[in-house]
Design a protein around this ligand. Sequence first.
Ligand code: GTP
Length: 598
Amino acid sequence: VPVSRIRNFCIIAHIDHGKSTLADRLLQTTGTVQAREMKEQFLDNMDLERERGITIKLQAARMNYTAADGEQYVLNLIDTPGHVDFSYEVSRSLAACEGALLVVDASQGVEAQTLANVYLALNHNLEIIPVLNKIDLPGAEPERVKSEIEEIIGLDCSGAILASAKEGVGINEILESIVHLVPPPSDTVAQPLRALIFDSYYDSYRGVVVYFRVMDGTVKKGDRIRLMATGKECQIDELGVLSPTQVQLEELHAGEVGYLAAAIKAVGDARVGDTFTLVNAPATEALPGYTEAKPMVFCGLFPTDADQYPDLREALEKLRLNDAALNYEPETSSAMGFGFRCGFLGLLHMEIVQERLEREYNLDLITTAPSVVYRVTTIKGEVLYIDNPSHLPDPQYRDKIEEPYVKVEMITPEEYVGTLMELCQNRRGIFTDIKYLTQGRTTLTYELPLAEVVTDFFDQMKSRTRGYASMEYQVIGYRENTLVKLDIMINGDPVDALAMIVHRDKAYNVGRAMAEKLKELIPRHQFKVPIQAAIGSKVIASEQIPALRKDVLAKCYGGDISRKKKLLQKQAKGKKRMKSVGTVDVPQEAFMAVLRLD
Ligand code: GTP
């Protein structure tokens, strides 16, 4: 097909507003897949994604569509992940498109995550087509939602399409709008090859499979290509399009979207956002916008059983083949033994990795509380990035500590504004803006330390608003604060894995709450276990776990044997997620105690 008849677009939608349903409909209506093949389909196909109802990885689909003007068009749908942790990947897939469908649930309205992605799309100069989905629902209020979109985003909604992805309403209109409103790619076939990688995954037979958009020039099977950011060179073994399963082709030219395999060993060698060009006739400059994914949140991962350390290392290596954003380094903790310090894009990314390690690799892990990266300037003027609180230099060596701040945008029904403001104030937030929209919906903007957001802020926001609020955040830079290291001592020994960095004004409360919480969580032993929280050498809180008085089995003495067995089993099970710190058994929950203080 000529470039003038290609349309590249993506769908921007909040979770549950119907992106996958609409994508499936488009595939079906264009005959790309048959209805009966649909079931396990298509756009999100990882188990975890399915369970959590979110789209994590990007994919693409090529559709052939004969428009009302009688011409054949190629429509490439490029999927975007729906979560802030992956906003860099979103920006790369937007960069591969000329247009976007903005899908908003007509019974709900605009949500915070939608906003973030629409702003990204506007930055990329995409043509945005508003679609009000779920108009079949009795609660649908398309007119209200239209004015909401106009008010918040400033997007003209007079031509917005009313649709029901579920019942197939408005689908043809959407296809026609894509053809008529989304501009075709520019015709740069004559230029040297430049293609943008917007996703990749690891396949054990073919190596990394790369999804890309050809921006300029032509790429052929057998070509030797160079990945411009990593400098790697390789030969294309396989090339094709996603329709939506992989179909091999001999060549792809500017404007087209496809996949390739070239015996690339790890996704880290073909990173999202990188440009590839021809080794023989290279482009001089890479496409703009490439950055390496930067981990924002760190935690320690330790096997409960030290024998599993090699298995954990192997599992992390395997996950990293497929996840260039996952970052890890060996860590030795005096309390926990050998493990890894891992960096993640955000909390969701962290949870996904932990879950996969436990489920797919059968590991029993102790996870330490998440930490952000602090920027410390020493008295000698050195700048250190500290991702592990126990590595914070002592006060006499520090000139200042800075911490990352984020701008948080929340959208909520008006009645919850008070409780959300209170939450933000408690988390050292700085109020920046409030806007009242139609029907009592409100946008609220705060600047907050990222450290206060990674500890259960999202859960608190959801529970305070009965699930009605949505949020989105964006890093805005480092700011200096009076921060101190809070050490926790169990039975007289400082436990490095429990050390944390807190604001001086909160240190006493956090220290006291931590000591109380640990007293609750750590089981009794044969001896007394003192727990202390300290700043430097100054103890600010202490508690004591009394010694066990009776043998647990004494109760059942002479009792029936099965009960005794059960009790022993229960103990054994409880033991599984324990780590011995000195002579004290500390359960997994204790390492996460900081997340449950209020
Ligand atoms: P993520 O993949 O989690 O981002 O969600 P999504 O935006 O892809 O939403 P999905 O397509 O999975 O739809 C969410 C729910 O809304 C599902 O239960 C769909 O059946 C339902 N749904 C989608 N479109 C419509 C519609 O037009 N009308 C009605 N009534 N329900 C719809």
